[in-house]
Every structure is written in C-alpha cells, then in structure tokens.
Design a protein around this ligand. Structure first.
Ligand code: TXA
Ligand code: MG
Length: 320
C-alpha cells in the first residue's frame, strides 16, 4: 500500500530523493520519476515491467521550459503546442543531451507534453525539473484513471500517489511529430483528429499495428484486461457470447437489460463520446473484476474521440 494524498510538497521531496510518485493528469495517471535522474527512470521501467525499447513521455509545466529539454522549432508543432497545451497532446521533438537516452530508448526524438491538471502543474513548478511518466499500469494492462486503480496495481511500487480525482479525459494523449515536413500522428488519443485538422490542415496517420515489440510506439496488443474481450458492431458482438454470463459494454441508448446471460454496462447512455472516454478504462476494469466469463464491447462511430476509443478496444481485443 502506498500513501495517497494531495501534498505536492511531499511528492516533490520524494521525487528529488529518486523515488517514484504517481501523478494525476487529465488523460490517465502517470508513474513519475525525475527525467534527468537515470537511476529513477530505470526504476520506472522496472516497476511497470516495461521493455526498455518503449520510450517515455516527459512532462513539463510551461512552453518556456520545453526548450531546456527539446527543440520546438517546427511551425506546425509550434501551432499545435500554442493551441492545445496544456492538454492531451504529446509532441515528438529533437532531444537535447540533458535528457538521458534511457528516456527516449536511444531515439533522437523525445516525447514531451504539458499536462492539464492543476496538482501536477503545481508539482512540476515546485520541482522545476521534467517528469518522465508512462501510464501507471503494469505493461500491457488497462490504463488507470483513478488513484485507486494505481493503488491496486502498483501500490507497492510507488512511494506516494498524488490523488487528483478521476481523470477528466480518460484516454492517453494524442502523439504527433513531423517527418520530412509532414505532420504525423503516431497515437490516437484525447485530442481528436478533427481538432488537429482544424489547426494544421492535413496530417499523416502512422499507427503502428504490428506485434513487433522492436518498433517503438504502439503494440498491436495493449490495454488488455485479463478476460477475453471481443469488440465490434452489436449484432455481430452478441453472436460471440460463449460463456454462461458475459459482460456487455454498450454505447448509447439501448433496450438490452442485465439478465442471466449479460451483465450490461454503458459507456454513455446519451451517446456522448467525452463521457464514454472518461468511463472506458474504469468500466473495463470493473468488467475484468466481475464474475462474467468474457467481455463484449460495442464499437463506437469512427469520429471524434470515438476513433481513439475504438483504437484502444481493438488493441485490447488483439490476441498477440
Ligand atoms: O496521456 C499520456 O500520454 C499519459 C500521461 C501519463 O501523460 N502517458 C502515456 O505514456 O500514455 P505511455 O508510456 O503509456 O505511452 C507513451 C507512448 C508509448 O506508446 C511510446 O512508445 C510512445 O509514447 N513514445 C514515447 N516516446 C517516443 C518516441 N521518442 N518516439 C516514438 N514513440 C514514443
Ligand atoms: Mg501506457
């Protein structure tokens, strides 16, 4: 068990002593260490059982501080940063030597973001150092959107959990960068493609869907509950029910009620994608802890945050 509270002074002291602290953000909770402290960063990889080839995101409190650790010169990335930071956006930027290679897994770009959460911004200002933080879950499992989620799974690995309440967005940040003068999106997330398009015009989608762990970015199978999960349009989904009782996670108004075959949950009865994003990971955990034999998840429309939610569910359903 780890101590939980809202004391950013205590969190700062522990981090300065090389310890790990769980931090709230608007997307998901992070497992943080001071990014310039290689030993502490190493223990982040160990605590999560995360392979070293999967690089970490650094979190900073202001645009001015970004330039201490990375180079933000590209016009499109600058426009995105100006419009969406603090917020659910991560930029891949040329790394400065002060950031250890361990953080970027030896790549020459480092992932950077300014999170939009008052407690974590207060902590970052107190530290005046960047925090390297992956999502605070064991590698490959569902991301945490509440302090209790972190306590349950990594409670023994962190010195303190900074409790900022339930995450307002509930999906990881959208990851963007530039290659050969083109804006590229590497992970769908809490900032929609529509918002990115409105700011920059066009973009290239480079979503890694291979099962090859040597390709940093996203693995095909990720965000996975322990139970078997199927994902698809409703009629097709219902035909996949094979256990005596299945957990059925719906989106939007429905007449299907819980009975002896299904335990019904809903991401958003009113069909609101933001609400669905906020509920997604908590409901997946609840389904995983239920006594149902399998999880069936309805596909959302492929627009706005629906795309990122479908992306997570597709990876959660992937077998390898
Ligand atoms: O919302 C978020 O981004 C959360 C909160 C805590 O900030 N963090 C998060 O971190 O989702 P993590 O480690 O679970 O996911 C980071 C993703 C990984 O897929 C990683 O491979 C990719 O970012 N990534 C990080 N640095 C990269 C780099 N230099 N090049 C390519 N991909 C990178
Ligand atoms: Mg993660």
């Amino acid at each position: 068990m780890s101590e939980t509270g809202q004391d950013t002074g205590k969190a700062a002291e522990l981090l300065k002593a090389g310890k790990l602290v769980a931090i709230p953000t608007e997307t998901v909770y992070g497992l943080a260490a001071i990014a310039t402290d290689s030993e502490a960063v190493l223990s982040v990889f160990e605590a999560k059982k995360r392979p070293r080839f999967d690089p970490l995101i650094i979190h900073v409190h202001s645009l001015e501080s970004v330039s201490k650790y990375a180079v933000l010169e590209d016009k499109m990335l600058k426009a995105l940063a100006a419009k969406f930071w603090p917020g659910p956006l991560t930029l891949l930027l040329p790394k400065k030597p002060i950031i250890p290679d361990l953080v970027s897994s030896g790549l020459n770009r480092v992932a950077v973001r300014i999170p939009n959460h008052s407690l974590t911004l207060e902590l970052l200002k107190k530290l005046d150092a960047p925090l390297a933080a992956p999502s605070a879950n064991p590698f490959g499992y569902v991301s945490p959107t509440r302090a209790e989620h972190v306590q349950k799974q990594l409670g023994d690995q962190v010195s303190y959990i900074l409790d900022g309440g339930p995450c307002g967005i509930g999906l990881e940040s959208t990851i963007a960068g530039v290659e050969n003068g083109q804006l590229c999106i590497y992970r769908l997330g809490g900032l929609s493609l529509e918002d990115i398009k409105a700011c920059c015009g066009s973009y290239h989608l480079i979503l890694n869907e291979s099962g090859d762990p040597s390709a940093p970015g996203q693995l095909k199978s990720h965000y996975s509950p322990m139970k078997a999960l199927d994902f698809g349009p409703l009629p097709e989904l219902l035909s996949k029910a094979h256990s005596t009782r299945s957990c059925l996670i719906l989106f939007g108004k429905s007449d299907i009620k819980s009975d002896e075959r299904f335990e019904v949950m809903n991401l958003s009865e009113s069909g609101d994608m933001r609400e669905a994003a906020r509920n997604l990971f908590a409901l997946l955990r609840q389904a995983d802890e239920s006594d149902c034999g399998q999880i069936l998840c309805e596909k959302l429309p492929d627009t706005g945050l629906g795309r990122a939610i479908n992306d997570r569910l597709k990876r959660a359903a992937a077998k390898d």
